[in-house]
Design a protein around this ligand. Structure first.
Ligand code: SF4
Length: 374
């Protein structure tokens, strides 16, 4: 599933790897920082804008690297302040990057947050039954450069909302690795990409404000716990018993709760941070009071935060969102035990915002010869 582009993306290089490449090409090592400065601080679009580099070096960069691994296709804005950016890769694959500007309602607190949700694969192999991204399986992994470039595209789109100044990535509160794909199934690329996002020579975005969400690949969770990256972890749990989780998440057969939960605990203890348990509430699948009680027990044992997400309907899938009363009853069981819980308000429902839907819809339109519309 590895994609080998004609030229690697410059956005996938670290300071160390770019320095090594420059040195091997007979260029001075100090140029690496200058180049990365043009990329991340000045956010140039062309080699010619890198005016402090000699012409021969710019020509070498042009011959060696790709400066635009993703291309903007459309920005579909929802009335509730969610933007979905559809991006096209060099091989014409489509990915989604989402900006959420809406307030979040928690237990007695209201706060506004700007969050970016990035993708890590084209499609996904995990086959979660409620998810549009898993409908057609995995097409390929994203490269580290394609992952990083999504954030550059977000900043460029955001410029439209900040007329007097250029939008900085730091103006966002959080980055969540929760878009299309299972990030830990593309382990090396996501770790490299997040290293670049976090580095002072890269995008300089604080690791504590980055959350990676996994469906539960146990060995990779343990490997991630040993990385120097201090990012946060979220688990797509969606079932508080094996019987329920297995119905909707095939990964649970490979890594049942008896293996997953100790791995999450190990991560949490190593990093000293609260892990988040994501739980999509689906009517008559996982919204029973018994599931709420089991989830409460798991969350207490892990000292985890629980994020309850009322299900977004996906065309072609049979699941439904529980009533508001039922959502509240479920959340109340957790609250009564002092579990930290968020019941998410509906976001992006009207723009096919459930993970992967905009991409699927656009691909269908393309195949039918209908041009994409913003
Ligand atoms: S929910 Fe995440 S892991 Fe599951 S199929 Fe969708 S993208 Fe993949």
């Amino acid at each position: 599933m590895a994609f080998v582009p004609a030229k690697p993306a410059l956005y996938g290089e670290t300071l160390a790897s770019l320095t090594a490449a420059l040195t091997a090409a007979g260029q001075p090592a100090f140029r690496a920082r200058q180049i990365l400065d043009w990329l991340y601080k000045k956010r140039v679009r062309t080699w010619d804008e890198m005016t402090n580099l000699p012409k021969d070096l710019r020509a070498w960069l042009d011959a060696t690297y790709d400066l635009a691994p993703t291309a903007f296709v459309l920005d579909r804005q929802s009335g509730d302040e969610t933007d979905k950016l559809l991006l096209e890769l060099r091989d014409k694959s489509l990915i989604e990057t989402v900006i959420i500007r809406a307030p979040m309602t928690g237990v007695g607190v209201d706060k506004s947050r700007k969050t970016i949700c990035i993708s890590t694969q084209v499609g996904c192999a995990m086959g979660c039954k409620f998810c549009a991204s898993g409908l057609e399986g995995l097409k390929r992994n994203l490269t580290a450069g394609e992952i990083v470039h999504q954030l550059i595209q977000v900043c460029r789109q955001e410029d439209a909302h900040t007329p007097r100044a250029r939008a900085e990535l730091a103006s966002f509160d959080n980055i969540v690795v929760m878009g299309m794909g299972e990030p830990l199934h593309n382990y090396d690329a996501i770790v490299r990409a997040l290293t670049i996002v976090n580095a002072e020579w890269g995008l300089g975005f604080g690791a504590r404000r980055i959350t990676l969400s996994t469906s539960g690949l146990v060995p990779k969770i343990l490997q991630l716990a040993d990385e120097p990256l201090g990012i946060r972890l979220a688990i797509s749990l969606h079932g508080a018993t094996d019987a329920v989780r297995e119905q909707i998440m095939p990964v649970n057969k490979r890594y049942p709760l008896a293996e997953l939960l100790p791995a999450v605990k190990a991560f949490s203890e190593k990093h000293g941070r609260m892990v988040t348990l994501e739980f999509i509430l689906i009517e008559e699948i996982n919204d029973s009071l018994e599931q709420a009680e089991k989830l409460r027990d798991i969350a207490r044992d892990l000292h985890a935060h629980v994020n309850l997400i009322p299900y977004n309907t996906v065309v072609g899938l049979p699941w439904k969102r529980p009533s508001l009363t039922r959502q509240e009853r479920f959340a109340d069981i957790l609250r009564a035990a002092d579990v930290s819980v968020t019941l998410r308000r509906e976001k992006g429902h009207d723009i096919a915002a459930a993970c992967g839907q905009l991409r699927l819809q656009t691909e269908k339109e393309r195949n039918a010869g209908v041009p994409a519309a913003g």
